[in-house]
Design a protein around this ligand. Structure first.
Ligand code: ZN
Length: 173
């Protein structure tokens, strides 16, 4: 892993930013690079992943069916949209969008965190109840009791779900 410290931060302009770059070999996906920027002064954070070779726009559909699926690897670039229709959730690319390499469990944890924050800040009882129900659903998915479909669309092609069960479709531009 390459690491360069004390770089100027684009936000707070202090020389407190650390840049890291890691080269990884992901089976069935190939060589890719994981970059991260981290400013210890203002907390600015950015990360992304990019495949070494140019990829075609993709749409990946994966159904989580059991506990074993939690360990399935996921590559998600900052250009990807992750949606879970059953949970009515969608994470779209934007300025704060992060690219990362994780697994299905990690993706569920991210969604869980979003719902937990919603539950904390909800003012209406109705919203709180809905958030609670979503958390219950996520828990059941983690236990393998309820199947869950996860869809990743990436016009840059730098995303993947590494499983024989994943359907990979060409994404229409
Ligand atoms: Zn900063």
């Amino acid at each position: 892993m390459d690491k360069i410290e004390n770089q100027p931060c684009p936000f707070c302009k202090q020389n407190k930013m650390t840049m890291t770059e890691e080269e990884l070999e992901i089976p069935y996906f190939g060589k890719c690079f994981l970059f991260a920027l981290n400013c210890s002064a203002c907390g600015y954070k950015m990360s992304d992943v990019e495949a070494e070779k140019d990829k075609e726009p993709v749409k990946i559909i994966f159904t989580v069916e059991n506990e074993k699926d939690m360990k399935v690897r996921v590559v998600k670039s900052s250009n990807a949209t992750v949606s879970v229709p059953q949970l009515r959730m969608k994470v779209s690319p934007g300025p704060a969008s992060e690219g990362y390499i994780s697994n299905i469990e990690g993706i569920l944890d991210r969604f869980k965190k979003v719902v937990e924050d919603l539950k904390e800040t909800a003012e209406e009882d109705e919203e709180k109840r809905e958030a609670k129900n979503l958390l219950k659903k996520i828990w059941k998915v983690r236990c393998g009791d309820v199947p869950l479909k996860i869809i990743i669309e990436d016009p840059s092609g730098n995303s993947a779900i590494i499983s024989e069960k994943a359907s990979i479709l060409k994404l229409k531009k």
